[in-house]
Design a protein around this ligand. Structure first.
Ligand code: F6R
Length: 614
């Protein structure tokens, strides 16, 4: 939540900061601001609302300066308003801070600072940082922003990624991180800090992720890293292979639609070269887990949040079925509070697109504390989850900008299929021949997804029929139960329609009471071991006057006979892989419903892409 960007270099900062903020808008969009050191003054511009409001405000204004910071906000402390928008300044407006995270002890700090004569202008937790830095900087004879920031952050409890600039040290930007994501970008005579890679991707692909408790000192001459005691540290840059064009809409109306249509390619990229056909081994991106350790795993916990949690639910079905390892799935926000039983024969698989979700990271750390092995399925190179886990498998989807996760989810499912096959192989549950057969069916998936995308006109037509409905029920069974949950989540988060996902067999234990002529029910009836049962569930709905929109497999004429209201025929595919093909249709359905309702698909209200606070 919240995106920060900072610049020091030989070019004018305004355009660079505004471009960076636009790429970070998915992280929060209730207010935005920039501050630039210009001719020995701090020019601060802030606006309530989206970045376009800020842009309108600064567009015609000439602000000259090579050092600046910017922020896009997702409110935690203090309502969205211009006064609460970042950057926040000290009493004398000689320095500003942008911040992503939550300062948990801000009330105590504020009380102390107020007693010391500081005057506060906002309701935010962030403003205490500006006053703390002022408190240390002001008495210094030789102004040293780095030192002042280091002393200030020692006082902070909570999570933060901050960037600070000051008129008293005007060629410098100081940034620091504790539990909130932050990267440094290294350009040619220019240096950046940002919450995420897309913010700087059009200027450099060379980055260094800042680690917890590190402080960074940037000038136009270089970037220097320090630990919390200001001991210099050496960090190695990495090159990001994302294409800046993937961070653009490329002719689509929304990022979400573009990302839905990228799925044949992103699934292919994710599984490409993943398996050694000679040995049947899975190729991890990073792995400190030996094969012996993998063989010794007695239990797996999938931990994740939101959409990624649904991927974990599918993981439980697949790994138990294919590899015969007992699995549990936990919401990361619940995991560490329920005292799970963990030891070195337990593997925690954290699934996270961003690699920065606070709850997922906390669960990973808790698992490590108990000696469990850890693996991250993640989309962002160098993110916290990938650094914390023993092993990493990347979903190679490129940046996912739409707030609603689409391509990351199907890539997670593809990786989970591959992992299930791999576990079965290392434990000799399946033969090498079967391993290769299963992997080959996975390799056929991108072509099938392409076929499913060709169904868009049919899906749009159905969306046109249903987009004014107030409630929806989504039903699925077996591996498609989590997909029903995911379909409902997608619809509610972008269209604001109330939607619930249920295991179809569970309907008769309660939700059936909701069924009437006003209740459309989306049923995943694409076959598999539960096919007949799902048909019975459809009949139960029809008997109570409900409307049924069913996804069935092409050639299934039986389902027509039971009188479903709308039918989308899907290509033939193994039940396991129908989780991916069905998801794509549900994504398209949610997208078109939301679009027809005039919703802001890429930036739904109240949401943010990365939830880096608990
Ligand atoms: C929903 C969505 C969220 C995320 C969740 C976890 O469309 O995007 O539910 O899946 O916030 O985020 P990551 O995967 O970054 O940990």
């Amino acid at each position: 939540m919240c995106g920060i960007v900072g610049y020091v270099g030989r070019y004018n900062a305004k355009g660079i900061l505004m471009n960076g903020l636009k790429k970070l808008e998915y992280r929060g969009y209730d207010s935005a601001g920039i501050a630039i050191i210009s001719h020995r003054a701090l020019v601060i511009r802030r606006c309530k609302g989206k970045i376009s409001c800020l842009e309108e405000r600064v567009l015609k204004e000439y602000i000259e300066g090579n050092v600046g910071v910017g922020h896009t906000r997702w409110a935690t402390h203090g309502r969205p308003s211009e006064g609460n928008a970042h950057p926040h300044s000290d009493c004398a407006s000689r320095l500003v801070v942008v911040h992503n995270g939550i300062i948990e002890n801000y009330l105590q700090l504020k009380k102390r600072l107020l007693a010391g004569g500081h005057v506060f202008k906002s309701e935010t937790d962030t403003e205490v940082i500006a006053h703390l830095v002022e408190q240390y900087l002001k008495p210094m004879k030789k102004k040293d922003l780095l030192k002042a920031v280091q002393l200030s952050i020692k006082q902070l409890k909570g999570s933060y990624a901050i960037a600070v600039i000051s008129l008293d040290d005007p060629h410098t930007l100081v940034a620091a991180r504790h539990f909130s994501p932050l990267i440094v970008g290294l350009g040619r005579d220019e240096y950046f800090v940002a919450s995420d890679i897309p913010a700087i991707l059009d200027r450099t692909k060379t980055v260094i992720p800042v680690q917890d408790n590190e402080i960074v000192h940037l000038t136009s001459l270089g970037a220097h890293f320090y630990d919390h005691n200001l001991r210099k540290i050496t960090r190695k840059p990495m090159t990001i292979d994302w294409d800046p064009v993937t961070a653009e809409k490329g002719g689509y109306k929304h990022f979400m639609l573009k990302e839905i249509f990228e799925q044949p390619m992103t699934i292919q990229e994710t599984i490409r070269g993943r398996f050694s056909l000679e040995s049947g081994d899975l190729i991890f991106d990073e792995n400190n887990l030996s094969k012996t350790a993998m063989k010794g795993i007695r239990k797996i916990y999938f931990v994740a949040c939101g959409t990624a949690y649904h991927a974990g639910m599918v993981g439980k079905y697949l790994v138990e079925d294919i590899a015969k390892i007992p699995c549990e799935v936990d919401l990361a926000s619940e995991f560490r509070y329920r005292k799970p039983l963990l030891d070195k024969e337990t593997l925690i698989i954290a699934i996270t697109q961003s690699g920065e979700t606070a709850d997922t990271l906390a669960a990973l750390r808790e698992a490590k504390r108990h000696g469990a092995r850890t693996l991250a399925i993640c989309n962002v190179t160098g993110s916290s989850a990938t650094r914390d886990a023993d092993g990493v498998v990347y979903t190679r989807t490129g940046p996912e900008i739409g707030v609603a996760s689409t391509k990351a989810f199907t890539a997670q499912l593809a990786i989970i299929c591959a992992l299930a096959i791999y576990f079965a192989h290392v434990r000799a549950i399946i033969t090498k021949k079967r391993t290769i057969e299963l992997m080959e069916s996975l390799y056929r998936l991108p072509r099938l997804v392409k076929k499913v995308l060709a169904l868009e006109p049919a899906v749009k037509a159905v969306a046109q029929k249903y987009f004014k409905q107030r409630d929806f029920l989504y039903l699925g069974r077996n591996v498609n139960y989590p997909i029903a949950l995911e379909g409902a989540l997608k619809l509610k988060e972008i269209s604001y329609i109330h939607a619930e996902g249920y295991a179809a067999g569970e309907m008769k234990h309660g939700p059936i009471a909701l069924i009437d002529e006003q209740m459309p029910v989306v049923v995943l009836a694409t076959g598999g071991v539960v096919y007949d049962k799902v048909l019975s569930n459809i009949q139960e709905i029809k008997a109570r006057g409900g409307m049924v929109l069913a996804l069935a497999t092409e050639g299934d004429h039986h389902i027509k006979k039971i009188g479903v209201d709308d039918l989308i025929y899907m290509p033939q595919v193994a039940e396991v892989l129908s989780t991916i093909t069905n998801t794509v249709v549900l994504q398209l359905f949610a997208y078109h419903v939301a679009n027809l309702r005039g919703c802001d698909v890429d930036q739904p209200r109240n949401l943010a892409k990365s939830v880096v606070v608990e």
